[in-house]
Write a protein that binds this ligand. Structure first.
Ligand code: C2E
Ligand code: MG
Ligand code: MG
Ligand code: MG
Length: 276
């Protein structure tokens, strides 16, 4: 009967919801101990000049090896950390660790590279954000031009506040990038006004590049970025065909498994050695 099915459906969703909430609480509690237990670490993925195939930067990506829960993907724990506010402390740790490591590599005589760090909206909109970045640069001694912050288009929901923060970062000499570009809220008009340096085209568009019927969108985004004098990066390049087409369309930079997966710091250090 339809009535029974309705009831079963309700129980089904209720059970699913309970499972989801339970998982969330478990992760929240484990995450609270993760930093002191040193379960968090960063991996680094090179950014490549698509024309010369040389390294032109790196992105720091967070990893969590929980003693209780095993490996948890950032796609799962970062949204939870954003919801609980834990992202503020975690984000600070990420920023400081990435700056410190980059400075150490420079001091070892390795080629200087800019490190890109992901920043969640909640962190970006936190009242103290620009001061925090300034403090970390001061503390680690990293020259601001070797730091780039990646934020998503969702900052555009609070356009005035976000513009103020972006200006503050630019005054510090730090670069900014719009991550996962094309998936969010940007209006082209606003994009022109924003003091940013880079757009990073979302992987979903890069996946389409191999399909001749779908690739025009990518071309449009690249041209838009170039017209606004922005640096254009493609994320998630997995094969040579994609790299060639993007390069032909004048997209200067790319990241993806074709060049390298994100790797642990000792392995990344070896990659840096091959660049010198
Ligand atoms: P994102 O910033 O857009 O990072 C790109 C994601 O794509 C990374 O996943 C990276 O490992 C993956 N990737 C890179 N190249 C390829 C490729 O060729 N193919 C495929 N299939 N994937 C590729 P990851 O490391 O799992 O991170 C997922 C997301 O979690 C990131 O997306 C970012 O939004 C967030 N995230 C990671 N670390 C941090 C962090 O320290 N702070 C914040 N706030 N968010 C972070
Ligand atoms: Mg990113
Ligand atoms: Mg991205
Ligand atoms: Mg992405």
């Amino acid at each position: 009967l339809a009535k029974d099915r309705g009831k079963n459906n309700f129980q089904y969703y209720n059970a699913k919801l309970n499972k989801y909430i339970t998982r969330k609480i478990i992760i929240e509690n484990a995450l609270r101990k993760a930093m002191e237990n040193e379960e968090l670490y960063l991996v680094y993925q090179p950014k490549i000049d698509l024309h010369t195939r040389e390294m032109r930067g790196m992105e720091a990506l967070l990893r969590w090896e929980s003693s209780e829960l095993g490996t948890i993907s950032p796609a799962e724990f970062i949204p939870i950390a954003e919801e609980t506010g834990q992202i503020i402390a975690i984000g600070k740790w990420v920023l400081k660790t990435a700056c410190k490591r980059n400075k150490e590599w420079q001091q070892k005589g390795l080629p200087f590279q800019c490190v890109s760090v992901n920043v969640s909206v909640r962190q970006f909109q936190h009242s103290d954000f620009v001061n925090t970045v300034e403090g970390i640069l001061h503390e680690t001694g990293l020259n601001p031009r070797f730091l780039e912050l990646e934020i998503t288009e969702s900052i555009m929901q609070n356009i005035n506040e976000s513009t103020t923060v972006l200006k503050g970062l630019r005054e510090l000499g730090v670069k900014t990038s719009i991550d996962d570009f094309g998936t969010g809220y940007s209006s082209l008009h606003i994009l022109r006004e924003l003091p940013i340096d880079t757009i990073k085209i979302d992987k979903s568009f890069i996946d389409d590049v191999a399909d001749s019927a779908k690739r025009s969108m990518v071309r449009t985004i690249i041209d838009l970025g170039l017209n606004l004098n922005l640096s254009v990066v493609a994320e998630g390049i997995e094969n040579e065909q994609q790299a060639k087409i993007l390069s032909r369309y004048k997209c200067r930079f790319g990241q993806g498994y074709l060049f390298s997966r994100p790797v642990k710091e000792d392995e990344f250090e070896k990659l840096l050695h091959t660049q010198s």
